[in-house]
Design a protein around this ligand. Sequence first.
Ligand code: ADP
Length: 449
Amino acid sequence: MFSKILIANRGEIALRILRACREMGIKTVAVHSTADTDAMHVRLADESVCIGPPSVTESYLNKRAILSAAAITGAEAIHPGYGFLSENADFAELVGEHGFVFIGPSPEHIRMMGDKIQAKTTMKKFKVPLVPGSDGALTDLATAKKVADKIGYPVLIKAAAGGGGRGMKVASNESELEEAWQVARAEAKMAFGNDEVYMEKYLDKPKHIEVQIIGDQHGNVLFLGERDCSLQRRHQKVLEEALPTCLTEKERNSIGEIASRAMKQLGYKNAGTLEFLYQDGHFCFIEMNTRLQVEHPVTELVTDVDLVAEQIRVASGERLNFKQKDIHFKGHAIECRINAEDPENFLPNPGKIEVFHSPGGLGVRLDSALYVGYTIPPYYDSLIAKLITYGHDRETAIVRMQRALEEMVITGVKTTIPLHQKILADPEFRKGDYTIHWLENFIEKNKSI
Ligand code: ADP
């Protein structure tokens, strides 16, 4: 096992990793930009190294500075968290070349899944069901039109290098397709420096269901259940649940088996998430994330598995601490992502935290790096807290979330707490009756009230 780990991230996820390390008796190194000198992850780590100015390209994405920090502190492994360098295959490779361990999958698997076309081709080979669409990349508009005619409109043009919903455009007919073709490629070129695109049938009422898996270096792969992440705004998740109540146990087991079999065949190591759209009883694979997800705590609460500890364990060469037969899904968990944003127009609202009261009590978990007097810098993601509740059933988890949100006090910045309160009180949400399009409509509807 490692004795010292460098955490190449900030905010709540840096704390999450730090907590796992501490429980495992592993020393921690925090890295930070000059804007994060007073951040909680810097205060709590055993050591810290400033890696650059506020700009992410010069700090949290600065591979050389992070490697130097690992070298001078004697860290043996690097945990990238999510975002930043977590899905950067070149970084994972560099980490290995410099004699450190990257806490994540192999650079080959990161690269393979980072190219969504290659990811789909690979999954097809392993008999994982896909969304109907183009067979690989589309090279010209004429072929795109042919594929659209075959699968039927509406269709979605997606960037091969996509992420964060960028480079994705819907077309309902042929003339819209011409525009979507241009816009999606231009956006993809701008965002990822790669304008390769592919096409999928645009599903009108799917749920976003994702499957958590983790593999070790001894050929074992665990399936840790699904999450319903359908509540999204601009393709960004807002509230997540585990396990999805829309699935029967049979459906859950079958998709779990498909996912873990595929990952075993691939020889995948460490944590990963296979994302599916689920509609009319069918699962369609859309992409795989080769890292820890923001929403991993809901899985931890229903399985009682510490995902970060398992990531560290398998990266060090140890076996997973659990066998599939040890995993018993229990109860229901919900996560609300709380952002420092205006809940009306979602504009970031960084600033100084004046009052902060953390909710608590039975079944409540708060993952956050906030403290009174902390100034949220304007340079990074606006996620400031993840509030997670657990109950023996969905209704209990919801009521607990409502109670916890009421208890939570954050002043000094605007937050998205009011949006969560509205969602939780909505009868359709209470019935679990929502698709990936529901939240955008809900926000629109609530504007006019
Ligand atoms: P990204 O990597 O940019 O997040 P994804 O492929 O994961 O892209 O898709 C993000 C979200 O976009 C999905 O969770 C879903 O809400 C929506 N989406 C993706 N593909 C489709 C599709 N074929 N039909 C309808 N919605 C889709």
